[in-house]
Design a protein around this ligand. Structure first.
Ligand code: CP
Ligand code: NVA
Length: 308
C-alpha cells in the first residue's frame, strides 16, 4: 500500500522538514527549467468534485515538470455523478494510476479513496482539511522568516478546513497559532486537541479565541480564508453578518509584530475577509505563497512517489 497524504498527521514532523528540503531543491531546478524526470512513467490522476484554480493547476504542472503524465477527471464527467460508489471508483482508478489527487466535499470520501485503492492518494482539499496548502504555506513562512519554531500565527476567520490544517501544521513545526473565529464557527474540538497534543512535544501553543485583536497582538504572520467555503453557500447571507468583524485590515495588522507578514490561501474577497490595501500592500506575501503551490506540489509528489 503506497503512502497517502490525507491529513498532515499522515507524515511526521521530520518528514515535513524533508518535504521542505525537497521543495527548496526542486524550486531552484524548476525555476531554471532544468529537465527533471523523477516521475517518468508515472500517471497522476486529478479527481475534482469542486472548482480549483491553484491546487489542480499546480499539481498538474508540477507532475508534468517532473516527467509524469496527468489525467484531469472532474467528477461531474464521471459515473460518480450517476451514483457509482466511491469504493468501486477507487478500486478501478487504483489499477490505472500511480497517484490520485482528490478534491472532495466529504472528507470520508477521500479516506475511502485511499482505503480502496492501493495507490498514493493526496487530499487536494476536503471539508475537513487542506494539507497540501499548509505544507506550501509553512514553506513560504520558512523562506520569508528563515525559521518556523517560536513564531506566532494569527488566523482570523472561519474554523474551517484551512484553520484545521494550519493548527496541525503549526503544531508540527513548533509555531504558535492564535485562531479567532466567531462564536459557532470555531474549529472542531477533536482537531484542537490533536494539535495541542502535537504542540506539547514541539512547544507550540494552540489558542482559540473569539476576539480578532487578542489573536493579532504580537503575531508574526496573519492568515485568513474565505468566509464562505465551497459547500457552505446556503449559509452565505448569515455568514456575511457573523464574520463582519473578522477581517484582516491595516488596523488589525498594526497589532502584530512590526515585520508581520500577511497570507491568504486564495481565492480572496477584497473588502470581506481581507482589505485590498493589505493584500496588495508591502506586508503581503500572498503572491509568493501562491507561486509556492507549484514548487510545494513538486516537493510533495517527489516525497510520496519519487523515492530517496
Ligand atoms: N488555495 C487553493 O486551494 O486554491 P484553489 O481552490 O484555486 O485550488
Ligand atoms: N475554505 C476554502 C478554502 C479554499 C481554498 C474552501 O473550502 O472553499
Amino acid at each position: 500500500m503506497a503512502k497517502s497524504l490525507i491529513t498532515l498527521t499522515d507524515i511526521s514532523s521530520d518528514e515535513l522538514l524533508e518535504i521542505f528540503n525537497r521543495i527548496k531543491k526542486l524550486k531552484v531546478k524548476i525555476k531554471k527549467r532544468e529537465s527533471i524526470k523523477i516521475l517518468e512513467n508515472k500517471v497522476v490522476g486529478l479527481l475534482f468534485e469542486k472548482p480549483s484554480t491553484r491546487t489542480r493547476t499546480s499539481f498538474e504542472a508540477a507532475a508534468l515538470r517532473l516527467g509524469a503524465n496527468t489525467i484531469y477527471m472532474p467528477s461531474s464527467e464521471m459515473q460518480l455523478k450517476r451514483g457509482e460508489p466511491i469504493k468501486d471508483t477507487a478500486r478501478i482508478l487504483g489499477d490505472y494510476l500511480d497517484c490520485l489527487i482528490a478534491r472532495v466535499y466529504e472528507h470520508d470520501d477521500v479516506v475511502e479513496l485511499a482505503k480502496y485503492s492501493s495507490i498514493c492518494v493526496i487530499n487536494g482539499l476536503s471539508d475537513l482539511s487542506h494539507p497540501t496548502q499548509v505544507i506550501c504555506d509553512l514553506f513560504t513562512v520558512l523562506e520569508v522568516k528563515g525559521k518556523l519554531k517560536g513564531l506566532t500565527m494569527a488566523y482570523i476567520g472561519d474554523g474551517d478546513n484551512m484553520c484545521h490544517s494550519l493548527m496541525v501544521g503549526c503544531a508540527m513545526v513548533g509555531m504558535n497559532i492564535n485562531c479567532a473565529c466567531p462564536k459557532g464557527y470555531g474549529p472542531k474540538p477533536e482537531i484542537i486537541n490533536e494539535a495541542r497534543k502535537i504542540g506539547e512535544k514541539t512547544g507550540a501553543k494552540i489558542n482559540v479565541v473569539d476576539d480578532p485583536k487578542a489573536a493579532a497582538r504580537g503575531a508574526n504572520v496573519f492568515y485568513t480564508d474565505v468566509w464562505v467555503s465551497m459547500g457552505d453557500e446556503a449559509s452565505a447571507q448569515q455568514r456575511m453578518k457573523d464574520f463582519a468583524d473578522y477581517q484582516i485590515n491595516a488596523d488589525l495588522v498594526k497589532l502584530g509584530s512590526k515585520d508581520a507578514s500577511v497570507m491568504h490561501c486564495l481565492p480572496a474577497h477584497r473588502g470581506l475577509e481581507i482589505t485590498d490595501d493589505v493584500i496588495e500592500g508591502p506586508q503581503s506575501i500572498v503572491w509568493q505563497e501562491g507561486a509556492n503551490k507549484m514548487y510545494g506540489a513538486a516537493g510533495i509528489l517527489d516525497f510520496l512517489l519519487g523515492g530517496k
